[in-house]
Design a protein around this ligand. Structure first.
Ligand code: LLP
Length: 409
């Protein structure tokens, strides 16, 4: 198995295991693919949703490609500034944003996509000299799992649909000049239909803003959520069809000059694999377990959402499947699995298992559960390999703990 021109087993020999490996070319190609699909039709801004993967090298690669950023926290804002993005290329979209965090974002001169009336009023008390837009709750949701559907009416996100014109009106009274309108339906839903219905909602809001407040939107932002085919038999979403349908609605129905999208998963998911070593093989009356050194501390998606990630044995890539395994990690929880019931070549201790499509919400959702240090990340490109994150040490894990001196007596 070769990734970005480098043998998977060489990466593990050099950098240890588990390790996330990102192919730079794939990140660049995915960015270009989504940008050009929409830019064919109208001016397009891609705000990469960096919650998917906020490694500085990946942020830098996308900066070079001309991407902009969707940031959800002051930490993400700061990472992107350090990766070379100017503040105007970042849009901060928070939820339940604290006043200190709002001050931090304003202080860094980053535009804000406002999620509530409370946030709007607290922001006005800090400064009105900041470009704003609003996130509406369009009452249309989509997503690969109920936990990631954000646009339906019952979620915590956005300004309620029946209040959205009032929000712009209040913003104008407070002295803001709102420039955009946004939704995010959810993440990884397979259907195009919710995007089209949602765009119709944005178009009709934008028409009301023009008619009732004389306010034209500079941009219409349809959020993120473009799915990828995780299963070898899944088909990719027809991006060209999506782009054509969405942009024609915006062009025909509004005076907006720009469409904005916030893909995270689409840009990075398939750029990265997780390589993990088989450390134990166990046969039980019911199952064969391939025990590996990555658990849901390393990749939480299978345990948390029941997500499917394709797996293969990197050093036996050419061999046919022979035995059905559950691939399970080192955490003390029964839910600690990476893959269930997969037909693989016979595995032995020392084999390297490759978990596919782990570039989005892989490392970024990793944790220290069971006091396990975070793994390394490696970038590969045309046969070259670079370390882009050092493995955490046990000392670093313990660094922030404090022992009251009375307990040492
Ligand atoms: N914009 C906003 C406002 C978002 O909340 C998100 C994702 C995105 C854009 C990017 O969505 P994407 O294009 O990556 O689907 N941890 C979950 C996904 C949660 C996504 C949260 N918000 C997972 O592993 O599937």
């Amino acid at each position: 198995m070769i990734i970005g021109g480098v043998k998977a087993t060489d990466i593990v020999s050099k950098h240890g295991s588990p390790v996330y490996v990102t192919d730079e070319e794939a990140v660049r190609n995915n960015y270009r693919r989504v940008h050009s699909a929409f830019a064919k039709h109208m001016p397009t801004r891609i705000n990469y949703a960096c919650k998917a993967n906020s490694n500085l090298a990946i942020l830098r690669i996308l900066e070079q490609e001309g991407s902009c950023i969707d940031a959800v926290s002051i930490g993400e804002v700061e990472a992107c500034l350090r990766a070379g993005y100017s503040p105007d290329r970042i849009l901060y979209t928070g939820v339940n944003v604290s006043t200190p965090e709002l001050k931090g974002v304003v202080g860094r001169r980053v535009p804000i996509n406002v999620d509530s009336f409370s946030e709007l009023r607290r922001l006005a008390a800090i400064s009105t000299d900041v470009p704003i837009s609003f996130r509406v709750n369009p009452e249309i949701g989509s997503g690969h799992h109920e936990k990631v559907v954000t646009g339906s009416r019952s979620t915590k996100f956005g300004i309620p649909l029946n209040k959205i014109v009032d929000a712009y009106s209040e913003a104008l009274q407070l002295g803001f000049r709102p420039v955009g309108l946004h939704f995010h339906l959810g993440s990884g839903g397979q259907d195009i239909e919710p995007f089209l219905k949602g765009t119709d909602v944005l178009v009709s809001i934008s028409q009301r803003l023009e008619a009732e407040l004389g306010l034209g939107m500079k941009f219409i932002d349809i959020g993120g959520g473009i799915p990828i085919p995780y299963h070898p038999e899944d088909a990719p979403m027809d991006l060209d069809h999506l782009a054509e349908e969405v942009t024609s609605r915006i062009k025909n129905g509004t005076s907006a000059q720009q469409i904005v999208l916030e893909p995270g998963r689409f840009i990075v998911a398939d750029s990265t694999v997780l390589l993990t070593t088989v450390v134990d093989v166990k046969e039980t009356p019911d199952k064969m377990f391939a025990g590996v050194d990555a658990g849901f501390n390393t990749l939480v998606r299978p345990a948390f959402y029941g997500s499917f990630h394709h797996v293969a044995v990197a050093n036996k890539f050419d061999r046919p499947g022979e035995i059905t395994y559950d691939v399970v990690g080192p955490l003390c929880e029964t839910g600690d699995h990476l893959a269930r019931e997969r037909l693989l070549p016979r595995v032995e201790e020392g084999d390297v298992i490759c978990v596919y499509d782990t570039g989005a919400y892989g490392f970024s959702m990793a944790s220290n559960y069971n006091m396990r240090p975070l793994p390394r990340e490696v970038l590969v490109n045309k046969g070259e390999m670079n370390l882009i994150r050092e493995r955490e040490s046990i000392d670093e894990l313990l660094r922030h703990q404090r022992m009251p001196s009375r307990l040492m007596l």
